[in-house]
Ligand binder design. Structure first.
Ligand SMILES: [Zn+2]
Length: 183
């Protein structure tokens, strides 16, 4: 296999790719450079909205270009704000604090985190209620900002197709600034 075509990429994204194809893809000497563009094309084709996808963050979330902004958007269409701000701040959050609450989602319960010193946070999309992330941390620990990709650098240096709105401040964590403005 020289290149992953769109049909194969669709199967890969939908999770119904054949085992033989997976094996063959793994054996490819080097990932073909076109694969990212094919991947974006497949994701864009499946999206229910028109904003251009710049990067996928997880099963439900995408960084998209919207006007002059780059925002995080759920596949349901719900928007979670500037991608430089931790999107978890825009979620509905459930915190499991007691051992009983933790044991409800761990099996066997011996695998549960210890409620004496950990809590479990679940993040849900306010639009479609999909679970977007889970983190197990000590109480008071800051929300984990899972990824702040350097999009300009990625598109320019790795994909040789720079974005047309490059700017130095795209690669800046704006979470603290956002929180300081909350009332
Ligand atoms: Zn959603």
């Amino acid at each position: 296999m020289e290149q992953v075509d769109k049909g194969l990429m669709e199967k890969l994204v939908n999770g119904d790719i054949a085992d033989d194809d997976v094996t063959e893809m793994r054996r490819m000497e080097k990932k073909d450079h076109e694969r990212f563009w094919t991947y974006l094309e497949v994701l864009q084709g499946a999206a229910k909205w028109d904003e251009k996808i710049l990067m996928r963050l997880n099963d439900h979330l995408y960084i998209v270009a919207k006007g002059k902004e780059r925002i995080v958007k759920c596949d349901c269409g719900h928007e979670l704000g500037d991608y430089r701000v931790n999107w978890k701040l825009s979620c509905n959050i459930r915190v499991r604090e007691t051992q009983q609450q933790m044991d409800e989602v761990y099996y066997p319960s011996a695998a549960s985190p210890d409620a004496e010193w950990m809590e479990l946070r679940e993040y849900f999309c306010p639009g479609c209620v999909a679970q977007l992330a889970v983190e197990v941390v000590p109480p008071g620990y800051p929300m984990i900002f899972e990824a702040l990709p350097d999009l300009d650098r990625f598109y320019r240096e790795y994909m040789n197709r720079p974005l047309n709105d490059e700017s130095a401040d795209w690669f800046e964590d704006k979470t603290a600034e956002f929180v300081s403005k909350l009332k």
